[in-house]
Design a protein around this ligand. Structure first.
Ligand code: PEP
Length: 342
């Protein structure tokens, strides 16, 4: 017997409207997998038949037991085990900081000492363009990779001051940021420009840390998810589904960047979960399951361990703390959490 006509989201506690869910008779194991892998699936079956959550399968091994899973229609399909397979990531953004001496010493003194499993974690550092080659050289043979902070929306030609995706690729740079809030708010980069830059980078073989996020007034007026959706849609409009494989999303509430005001784990989790739902609905469940979503905004060695314990936080984009030895503690926290999950 079904206990209710709607599914209750374990993440948000909100009800899913009946018309948005389909009820499926399934065996206990797959219902449980759906619950584990996708938080908006819930079991509405007579629990005495399945022996409760979690342990029922073992309790009833050898017997056929059924569950009724309420799955949002748009999320049907393969969320699969990719959640476990998502590699974590820590990206450092130096912004316009650091001189030649720092660019020479920090990679050796700090980044080169980062101790993490490259199977589980990507770690990058993004110096200014003028220090990119130096840092890259110093990191040769180390686990940390360099990342550009931005990329031109144009190709080669008369675009004074711009660095093209082709030039970055030619230097062996594998990563770039796009859409950082400082590019958007201080330099007037629109969602569309960010999207073109993102596509230009991917087409030259780079992986992109695509930054999105709301300003304080947007959070306060309750439109955070709409802002993220708008920023993502501009990118979705120019990318193929396959190209999402080269994207890591960095959710960075603008009010938390450089302010010391970190989002609570609940705020970050809820927003990042909603980003994943947007991907499922608008790109595909497969892309939603596979895409890494980092949190950025005053992340540091103290708050990283709790934040990284959230289901939809796959790492961090770090500004200020990436210029200090603390960066190693953040990397350690993320590496430890990923190891725990495996
Ligand atoms: C950033 O620059 O992307 C950032 C998150 O900065 P901070 O960690 O200093 O808030």
């Amino acid at each position: 017997m079904m206990s209710s006509g709607s599914g209750i989201s374990k993440n948000t506690g909100r009800s899913l409207p009946t018309q948005d869910v389909s009820f499926k008779v399934t065996n206990f194991a797959s219902a449980q997998k759906q619950i584990n892998n996708f938080q908006d699936a819930t079991v509405g079956a007579n629990r005495s038949n399945i022996g409760g959550f979690g342990f029922g399968a073992r309790a009833f091994s050898g017997r056929r037991s059924f569950a009724l899973a309420a799955i949002p229609k748009w999320a049907e399909g393969e969320w699969s085990d990719e959640i476990k397979a998502r590699k974590f990531m820590v990206g450092g953004n130096w912004k316009s900081n650091g001189d030649f001496d720092f660019a020479n010493k920090f990679p050796q003194d700090v980044l080169g000492k980062a101790n993490f499993d490259t199977e589980l974690l990507d770690v990058t550092a993004a110096p200014t363009y003028i220090h990119l080659a130096t840092v890259q050289q110093k990191l040769k043979g180390k686990k940390v990779e360099v990342c550009a902070q931005d990329v031109s929306e144009f190709g080669a030609g008369a675009y004074t001051g711009n660095i093209t995706a082709e030039q970055l690729a030619d230097m062996g740079v594998k990563w770039t940021l796009t859409g950082h809030s400082e590019r958007r708010t201080l330099f007037g980069e629109t969602d569309e420009i960010t999207a073109i830059k993102t596509k230009a980078a991917i087409e030259q073989g780079l992986d992109v840390l695509l930054c999105i996020g709301e300003v304080k007034e947007e959070r306060e007026s309750g439109v955070t998810d709409d802002v993220n959706a708008r920023q993502l849609k501009a990118v979705a409009d120019v990318l193929s589904e396959e190209q999402w494989g080269n994207i890591v999303i960095a959710y960075e509430p603008v009010w938390a960047i450089g302010t010391g005001l970190v989002a609570t784990p609940e705020q970050a989790q809820e927003t990042q979960y909603n980003i994943r739902c947007w991907l499922a609905k608008n790109i595909s469940p497969k892309v939603a399951a596979a895409t890494r979503i980092l949190y950025g905004g005053s992340a540091n060695a103290e708050n990283a361990p709790e934040l990284i314990g959230q289901k939809d936080i796959d790492g961090f984009l770090v500004g200020g703390a990436s210029l200090k030895p603390d960066y190693l503690d953040i990397i350690k926290a993320v590496n430890d959490e990923k190891k725990k999950q495996m």
